[in-house]
Design a protein around this ligand. Structure first.
Ligand SMILES: [Zn+2]
Length: 226
């Protein structure tokens, strides 16, 4: 394989392989909302938008071509991008209109510590901000490599109150999902690669898999194209 093999073409080849093997693609929202859909071999495409949000177009183009859906999680408080920049909004509104899902990506605990505000209030403000444009029902925790504060234990501990207060339906690391799906994601190993297993391995074994990807690590032709 070439040094950086995370191309649009490679992404498409993985989804085609899963479709050929009879996988059904569904959003996280649909998975948690509708147990009747939980039959056969399942794949969930999760995109955590940490940087370079417009590169999500790479995933979206392939997903549209193949007629599959994904769950896309946007950060609100971060320094890498503005989720309300017009071109970003336009892309993610088109993604939602296509039947895919937009959710909140958040490290609200870290942000609340920096801003010295209440973490639950801050989480609520992030949900409300995205709800100005999107139907937000799910949260996927984000972790900054240079800070390492993790909101997930706090979210799990406060989930019943947070879920009810902000009318949320799921958090993306719920055991009902993590216990039933292989979690496949990129990582530094030491260079950019698959963190543990490749999606092809999960497909070959017929396992349900949650395919977690980050647009800034994917490209059309080369890694520094924009
Ligand atoms: Zn993230």
């Amino acid at each position: 394989m070439p040094y950086n093999f995370f191309s649009a073409e490679y992404y498409e080849s993985i989804l085609v392989k899963a479709l050929d093997q009879g996988y059904t693609f569904l959003t996280m929202r649909d998975y948690f909302r509708n147990p009747a859909l939980q039959v056969g071999k399942l794949a969930i495409l999760r995109h955590d938008i940490d940087a370079k949000p417009l590169r999500t177009n790479i995933f979206f183009g392939v997903e549209q071509k193949l007629g599959v859906v994904s769950s896309n999680f946007l950060l609100v408080h971060d320094i890498n991008y503005n989720p309300f920049a017009i071109n970003v909004l336009k892309l993610f509104m088109a993604i939602e209109a296509s039947g895919s899902e937009i959710g909140l990506h958040s490290n609200y605990l870290e942000t609340a510590q920096i801003l010295n505000v209440d973490p639950v209030e801050l989480l609520g403000s992030e949900v409300r901000a995205l709800r100005n444009h999107f139907d937000i029902t799910g949260v996927a925790c984000h972790r900054n490599i240079d800070f390492m504060a993790n909101s997930l234990p706090h979210l799990v501990e406060n989930w019943s109150c947070v879920r009810e207060r902000f009318q949320l339906e799921y958090q993306a690391y719920d055991d009902r999902l993590m216990g039933n799906f292989e979690f496949v994601n990129e990582g530094l190993n030491p260079h950019l690669s698959w963190r543990n297993r490749s999606p092809e391995e999960a497909i070959c074994e017929g396992k349900n898999f949650c395919f977690s990807t980050h647009p800034h690590w994917w490209h059309r032709r080369y890694a520094f194209e924009d």
